[in-house]
Design a protein around this ligand. Sequence first.
Ligand SMILES: Nc1ncnc2c1ncn2[C@@H]1O[C@H](COP(=O)(O)OP(=O)(O)OP(=O)(O)O)[C@@H](O)[C@H]1O
Ligand SMILES: Nc1nc2c(ncn2[C@@H]2O[C@H](COP(=O)(O)O)[C@@H](O)[C@H]2O)c(=O)[nH]1
Length: 218
Amino acid sequence: MADDISSHSNDKLSRRGLLFVLSSPSGAGKSTLARMLLGADDEIAMSVSVTTRAQRPGEEHGKDYYFVTGDEFEEMVADHAFLEYATVFGHRYATPAAPVQKSLEHGQDVLFDIDWQGTQQLYQRAGQDVVRVFILPPTLAELRDRLESRATDSNEIIDSRMQRATSEISHWDGYDYVLINDDLDACFAKVKQILSTERLRRARQTGLIGFVRDLVAE
Ligand SMILES: Nc1ncnc2c1ncn2[C@@H]1O[C@H](COP(=O)(O)OP(=O)(O)OP(=O)(O)O)[C@@H](O)[C@H]1O
Ligand SMILES: Nc1nc2c(ncn2[C@@H]2O[C@H](COP(=O)(O)O)[C@@H](O)[C@H]2O)c(=O)[nH]1
């Protein structure tokens, strides 16, 4: 296991940046939106998760996920290396703490593509620093179409993801924003808008734009 994802000090998690979460039922488009955001915004870094699921064609270890065995995963749990972890579709997924801490220390916001269980855990730990965005497909039929046309999963896996979709959608009220990803560009524009609004809100809270207040007071 790479040192950069397993060595950490959880209790020193810096609070300077935003933890920006995108969740959705599988296939609604959160990874696509995440990629677009990373390409458009230098001030946000992706949190690369650890998983025990098999690598898909085209996925890169360390870029899309850190692919580990079940034993390696449980060792990292025992070492308190994770900010959150959950079982999704029968596989283990987790957010390594060390890279998140590093990004925050460098003044970057951090982007998470995690499920509702991980979002709840992150929110319990980091509270107001977390911005939670839930992405919905326009319809369940369209969700299936997207999973099929992505062509990364067998029919059996697609069926199981569709079966889980309704229960995942039932957690929408644990989120700060809910967006329908019908038109991709329109949805992306809303994601960017949410991020910039939340950055401004945070800057107001932390006094980073105190100089504006000083100017007005003069
Ligand atoms: N608005 C959209 N209209 C049509 N197709 C879309 C739209 N958004 C995403 N897609 C396509 O849908 C498929 C699923 O998208 P994506 O892989 O981003 O979903 P996901 O929510 O990250 O799924 P998972 O949780 O399984 O990783 C991809 O082929 C993507 O190109
Ligand atoms: N709680 C967490 N959920 C995660 C994490 N990384 C990904 N995920 C979620 O798992 C499903 C399936 O993802 P896939 O890439 O196998 O299709 C999806 O809902 C992701 O958001 C994580 O670190 N923690």
